[in-house]
Design a protein around this ligand. Structure first.
Ligand code: 0O2
Length: 267
């Protein structure tokens, strides 16, 4: 197949990956802005390389003319979560969307591979708009914890080095590392509520402080210097005291002051 044709085939998949990255990253932003814990920690994406597509076609004994149908992961998205419990939450988020349709699922968490590989895979149909019209294509979404991803990344590079023949002793070590990471995921799950609380409080404080600073910056345009200095000093005092309720109270007072100036400027 000539190179130009590959580009024509792969371009819509690149568009799909780009769009899906924006959409999943936006889920993170929405949670942050709402001061909520987000089940998605990080999103990555890639279009499968031509050599990897050719290698997979050969391994699966498939015809190149059927590659878009047979190779389901030309567009690949990987969603990383902090906790195993978050994976179900991400799956629900995806199920509830109307811009992708689930074709199939492989749950390598409930049924880990013999190698120790754990991950939740979804193949979805997704539509992109190109200059040639609408194209419905397949994308693979892999959802896993940071620990699962660490293992898979290391094992993947060894597979690359040894092809299908990873030496037995390394295979055994990988298998015991996979068991250790399973225990790690379980341990982290046992303190999940505690960690989520801490992260939500941190996020809420960050958002509140950002709002306060924006408010103070806007006051610079309308209030007199002496009043701004007073407000700033008060802010530093409340901030250093470290009491979240006090900070909320200060923010509300600041809203009232800002509203007063806004009303004045309208009348
Ligand atoms: P790459 O280089 O990551 O793109 P099959 O179920 O055999 O018909 P397929 O498509 O291999 O077909 O399905 P599967 O098993 O769900 O694997 C899809 C992808 O999951 C793989 O893509 C890997 O990315 C990942 N994966 C599956 N098994 C393992 C494993 O044992 N170790 C690691 N590290 N990753 C795995 P590719 O195309 O094989 O590879």
């Amino acid at each position: 197949m000539d190179i130009q044709l590959w580009r024509e085939i792969l371009d819509p998949y690149q568009l799909a990956v780009d769009e899906l990255l924006v959409k999943f990253n936006h889920i993170i932003t929405e949670h942050k802005n709402a001061g909520l814990y987000c089940p998605i920690e990080q999103v990555k994406g890639r279009v499968k390389s031509i050599s990897s597509i050719l290698e997979k076609l050969q391994r699966k004994n498939q015809n190149i003319n059927e590659l878009e149908e047979k190779i389901e992961d030309i567009a690949g998205i990987r969603i990383l979560c902090q906790f195993v419990e978050d994976i179900d939450k991400v799956v629900t988020l995806i199920r509830n969307r109307n811009d992708m349709e689930i074709k199939s699922i492989k749950d390598y968490i409930a049924n880990a591979k013999d190698s120790g590989y754990r991950s939740y895979h979804m193949i979805v149909y997704y539509e992109v708009n190109t200059i040639h019209g609408v194209k419905r294509l397949q994308a693979e979404i892999q959802i896993r914890t940071l620990a699962m991803d660490f293992w898979a990344t290391v094992e993947h590079s060894l597979q690359y080095k040894y092809k299908q023949n990873i030496p037995d002793d390394i295979r055994e070590r990988l298998s015991s590392a996979a068991n250790a990471l399973l225990v790690l995921d379980e341990e982290m799950s046992s303190v999940r509520d505690e960690i989520m609380d801490a992260q939500e409080s941190y996020q809420a404080k960050e958002t509140l402080v950002a709002d306060i600073l924006t408010n103070i910056q806007n006051l610079y345009k309308v209030a007199n210097k002496r009043e701004i200095v007073k407000i700033q000093d008060e802010f530093y005092k409340v901030y250093q005291a470290g009491d979240f309720d006090e900070l909320c109270h200060f923010s509300k007072q600041l809203d009232i002051i800002s509203e007063g100036y806004r009303a004045q400027s309208i009348s």
